[in-house]
Design a protein around this ligand. Sequence first.
Ligand code: CUA
Length: 329
Amino acid sequence: MGLFLRLAFRKRERVSMNTILNNIFQSVSEDADTFNRLFYHFLWAAGIVFLLVMGATVYVILKFRVRKFTKALKPEPKMQWLERATIFLASGIILLFLALTIMAVTDIQRQPEKGQQADIVIVGHQWWWEIRYPEEWVMVANELHIPTGKRLWVRLESADVVHDWYVPALGRKADMVPGVTNYIWMQARKPGVYEGACNEYCGAQHAWMRIRVVAHSPQDFGQWINSQQELAKTPSSAIAEKGKALFEEKVCGNCHAIRGTKAVATVGPDLTHVASRKTLLGGKYENNFENLRAWIANPQGMKPGAHMPNFIMTEKEIDAIAAYLYTLK
Ligand code: CUA
């Protein structure tokens, strides 16, 4: 299976596929441990049953094969004890795994203390993730930063269709259903970057709803939150200043917010610190000036179907807006 996936994706997306294949059983949380343990129990049991059934099949084929079609086949003697034993054993295995599954699910679904507010709110959009830290008044997109150690109570919502949040190393996955509020626990025991993706087909660009989670030590996380709380810096160059004015006057501000400016809309991603992110467009492109400019110049060419339309702007205007956004570290 792994080889097949590697071959199928070998040209365009080799790096991303490798990352996902390597990470699927990586665990830095208690919930992911629980899932992996359950998976290996299933794998062992299924493996043993498979070998027993295949062994018995081969044995029966060899032992009872008809060598010559000269005499009529005799009915085999009844072996009721064996039938009963097989049914008993199969039922026992099924009940055991039912119990193990219920225990695992109950453990992962446990409720928080009464009245506990969500530490993080994540909203699925076609095709990006809105991430809010209600306590800290911070809003970002696509790249989730979390502190290590703490179990985080995360609220999941959808703005349009069904999406599914899944970062295997950090815990369970869960659907984001319009009109429904779901909660999961999330935890990272050690700092690092953990990858995930939307796990429910949600339209043309479903593949580009990648998730990048950066787990920091609590101290580093505090610094990151502080940096995100800051309002956007006032542009220091003439071109960036022109870009800011264009951003506010042109249509950009109808969908996006940049805290500290006149742009306050929440339809598209918050861009207050857009240049501090590692990737653009749900993980499709590296975040650098060229890609940022190309996105503003031709959104439908960069991510067909995305809700940002192509705008009529001069090359100079595009340069100015890109220059401004790229100062927003
Ligand atoms: Cu969102 Cu698939």
